[in-house]
Design a protein around this ligand. Structure first.
Ligand code: AMP
Ligand code: MG
Length: 404
């Protein structure tokens, strides 16, 4: 059976970055990847700028930090000074205001006291040129590349884009990901399930995973376990860049998804991966559309999404780190687990502990146990075998609570 790493390789071989387009800037673009070098259109700050409320002075007048200076004018942020500061003079200045000509330092107001109406007494430490002044262009110069292509946009980058006058930028588009659930027994969350029915937990979960991976989820509803219902919904889903199906890929009598995908021209690349949970996972393509058939058991669907769909969505949006990284962590307690396949066990990863990261398997009875998974923030990798791990044993862990 195919290993998880081989299956990931087959997926990534077929997931190609989507073309970039110019998008208006808003919080909606957070996390998208830049597809251009962003150049500053100005020096920042655009003028020598006071960094304190106080007095703009000539350092030369204050070799020992003491003097009485005559105050020639007052400048607040947004105003331009009119007068030059000459020998023995100062300008009252507020944070953010341009430094007047002649001045080369600012003495903060706490080190001053009014002497008379037109004079100020300075009683501070010796003043050197440049003190409390942000020189023009100190942060960036006109023409500088301030954000390089491939940068993943964080809130601070949106601040920089605004600073250099950008209201739009060339960004890699997020993938449109259709989510389709299957099963005669599945009803929507707002309904009361009849006997033999259960609510659709996977639809909302998978749509949220899509969003967290940086894709745009489009929920297509529930297809029944019969060919016509499946065909219609799958055909709709194949118009997206990625189609994620839940259920119907195992060996049951009504597991019709692989057959319908085949009829609609989806070329299979794998069906079954050596992993637990999630063994029946299917992956195929139709043209450029990536199609994932995830097993219906909620934890199987979740784990297969994290291992296969999430990297694909990241590749499509040109994320520099396609496969989310694992970390090494020490078991905080003894843990015995026997398994015939590589297993991804819900676990709690403790980031806050001093020293090495600690991990603990959470109680979990298997692929239907979504509640067990909801108490986890990571998946603990367990190799096949009759494992008897002692506390302190170093394990590989995949965090699953991180933003993309
Ligand atoms: P399947 O993969 O279709 O054989 O489904 C495997 C198990 O997962 C069955 O017990 C289903 O009832 C359950 N299941 C399938 N789809 C969903 C869903 N959307 N939400 C919650 N459980 C599901
Ligand atoms: Mg089913």
């Amino acid at each position: 059976m195919l290993s998880v790493a081989e299956a990931q390789r087959l997926v990534l071989e077929r997931a190609l970055p989507l073309p970039a387009r110019v998008m208006p800037l808003s919080p909606d673009v957070l996390g998208l990847i830049l597809a251009e070098d962003v150049v500053s259109d100005l020096d920042m700050p655009p003028f020598d700028k006071a960094m304190m409320d106080g007095y703009a002075v000539r350092a030369h007048d204050l070799p020992d930090g003491r003097a009485v200076l005559s105050v020639v004018e007052e400048v607040t942020a947004g105003q331009m000074p009119r007068l030059r500061v000459g020998a023995g003079q100062a300008t009252r200045i507020m944070t953010g205001a341009p430094l007047p000509a002649g001045a080369d330092a600012v003495v903060q107001v706490e080190h001053t006291s009014p002497s008379d109406e037109n004079h100020v007494r300075i009683e501070g430490r010796p003043v050197r040129p440049g003190v409390n002044v942000l020189a023009r262009g100190q942060e960036m110069r006109r023409g500088d590349v301030v954000l390089a292509t491939s940068k993943r946009l964080g809130p601070q980058d949106l601040g920089i884009l605004a600073t250099v006058g950008r209201t739009s930028a060339r960004l890699h588009s997020p993938a449109r990901v259709a989510v389709l659930c299957t099963g005669d027994e599945i009803v929507e969350p707002g309904e009361t399930p009849a006997v033999g029915h259960i609510r659709n937990g996977n639809g909302p979960m998978l749509a949220a995973q899509v969003r967290r991976a940086g894709g745009e989820a489009c929920y297509l509803g529930i297809a029944r376990d019969e060919l016509d219902s499946l065909r219609a919904k799958v055909a709709e889903g194949l118009r997206s860049q990625v189609l994620v199906l839940s259920g119907g890929v195992s060996a049951g009598k009504l597991d019709l998804v692989p057959q319908v995908l085949g009829e609609l021209g989806v070329q299979p690349h794998f069906h079954k991966v050596a992993m637990k949970p999630g063994k029946p996972a299917f992956f195929g393509t139709q043209g450029d559309t990536l199609v994932f058939g995830l097993p219906g058991n909620p934890v199987s669907a979740f784990v297969c999404f994290e291992l296969f769909v999430r990297p694909a969505i990241r590749r499509l949006r040109n994320h520099p780190a396609t496969i989310p990284g694992t970390v090494r962590a020490a078991l905080s307690e003894d843990f015995a687990y026997r398994t015939d396949r590589p297993t991804y066990h819900p676990a709690w990863l403790d980031h806050s502990a001093d020293g090495p990261w600690q991990v603990r398997a959470v109680p979990w009875f298997g692929s239907p146990d979504l509640l067990g998974l909801s108490r986890a923030n990571a998946l603990l990798y367990i190799p096949p075998g009759d494992n008897q791990f002692q506390a302190g044993h170093a394990c590989e862990v995949l965090p699953v609570d991180e933003p993309s």
